[in-house]
Design a protein around this ligand. Structure first.
Ligand SMILES: *[C@@H]1O[C@H](CO)[C@@H](O)[C@H](O)[C@H]1NC(C)=O
Ligand SMILES: *[C@@H]1O[C@H](CO)[C@@H](O)[C@H](O)[C@H]1NC(C)=O
Ligand SMILES: *[C@@H]1O[C@H](CO)[C@@H](O)[C@H](O)[C@H]1NC(C)=O
Length: 322
């Protein structure tokens, strides 16, 4: 499994972590969930003297070109490029990605330093163009800046969404969907495309767990989710050259994002409306939307959970679990 993480540290803005399957001293790789393959940011250092001092002590890394830094060294699969470069420059490597100074962490020991020993310094996330929009102004656990709000939303997500009890509730859903897939394979006379089937399987499980129903035949909903995923994972010039953000208007990225966001928002609106419908039969198990709507009514919550927050949590839960 390869895992990537972006962090920001005082001068150095972003950190990418790649843990490879060959990482012998990585005790339990399962600790790295997809939830962690997200950007994290920290404080900015405003003291320029301190900046200059620290700049002299940057970790090793490949030579950089003016303006683009090391961007040209990243291929279509950035995690692979990180891995290759790290093999040469060590488990703590410095890259300049456009105007974003970046640290690449690629050993379990170094990752431990970042996540356990110095977690306070590294906690935080850069605000990325697509992620900000699709997470409703970065109001989810994965994208919110470190602080009171993040602490509360994290507590809520851990207690209510990622709990063992919740995972157990959805076990039935998983078993049912896997059984359906096996039946389909058993009954199929033609060769089956397993990639396609497993993709459909995860989609169905995630939709049932989150929205309480699946969308048969793939179609619209899955296309929206694929597009969101692509936008979240894609290259965006404004994330590396903030001063060139206007280019997103010209290259169509902003329009694409806006369109995808509207579709996603409409989907959530419909799902929330369905759940609020008084004639809806009482579900056997709460789905994610039920949980979030229940929390919305709960006045003991430290943060107000409006519909936007519900949608933001859904975006991350649905897309990250796919
Ligand atoms: C995000 O914030 C901006 C400015 O504060 C606001 O105009 C916009 O409507 C917000 N977007 C969402 C989805 O909440
Ligand atoms: C999202 O990031 C912006 C900075 O771009 C910040 O001003 C805003 O407070 C963040 N939103 C939340 C909900 O933390
Ligand atoms: C199987 O499905 C995947 C995913 O949809 C697709 O990329 C691939 O081309 C398909 N393979 C065949 C042999 O049709």
């Amino acid at each position: 499994m390869t895992c990537m993480l972006f962090l920001e540290l005082s001068v150095v803005h972003t950190v990418a972590v790649c843990a490879s399957p060959t990482d012998k001293d990585l005790p339990d790789k399962n600790e790295y969930t997809k939830e962690e393959i997200v950007p994290i940011e920290v404080t900015h250092v405003t003291d320029t003297n301190k900046l200059a001092d620290q700049a002299k002590r940057l970790p090793p890394g490949p030579t950089k070109l003016p303006l683009i830094g090391n961007l040209h060294q990243l291929g279509d699969l950035p995690h692979r490029s990180f891995q290759h470069l790290s093999d040469k420059h060590g488990p703590l490597m410095f890259l300049q990605l456009g105007s974003i100074p970046t640290l690449v962490i690629s050993s379990a020991g170094m990752a431990r330093e970042v996540f356990k020993t110095h977690d306070r310094i590294f906690s935080g996330r850069p605000v990325l163009f697509a992620a900000k929009k699709l997470s409703y102004n970065n109001s989810t656990m994965s994208f919110a800046p470190f602080g009171e709000y993040w602490r509360e939303i994290r507590k809520l997500v851990i207690l209510e969404i990622l709990s063992a009890r919740r995972a157990q509730t959805f076990q039935i859903v998983r078993e049912e969907e896997v059984a359906l897939m096996i039946d389909f394979i058993a009954l199929s006379l033609d060769p089956v495309n397993l990639s396609e089937l497993t993709l459909l399987l995860t989609n169905n499980i995630v939709c049932r767990a989150a929205f309480g129903k699946k969308y048969d035949g793939g179609g619209g909903v899955y296309d929206i989710m694929c597009e969101s995923e692509e936008l979240l994972g894609g290259f965006c010039i404004a994330d590396f050259f903030p001063w060139m953000g206007w280019l997103n208007k010209l290259n169509g990225l902003e329009t694409r994002l806006e369109k995808n966001f509207r579709k996603l928002d409409e989907l959530y609106e419909n799902v929330i409306e369905e759940h609020l419908d008084p004639t809806r039969p009482e579900p056997e198990h709460e789905d994610l939307v039920d949980v979030l709507l229940r929390l919305q009514k709960d006045s003991n919550q430290a943060i107000g959970i409006d519909n936007e927050k519900i949608k933001a949590v859904l975006t991350v839960s649905v897309l990250v679990n796919r």
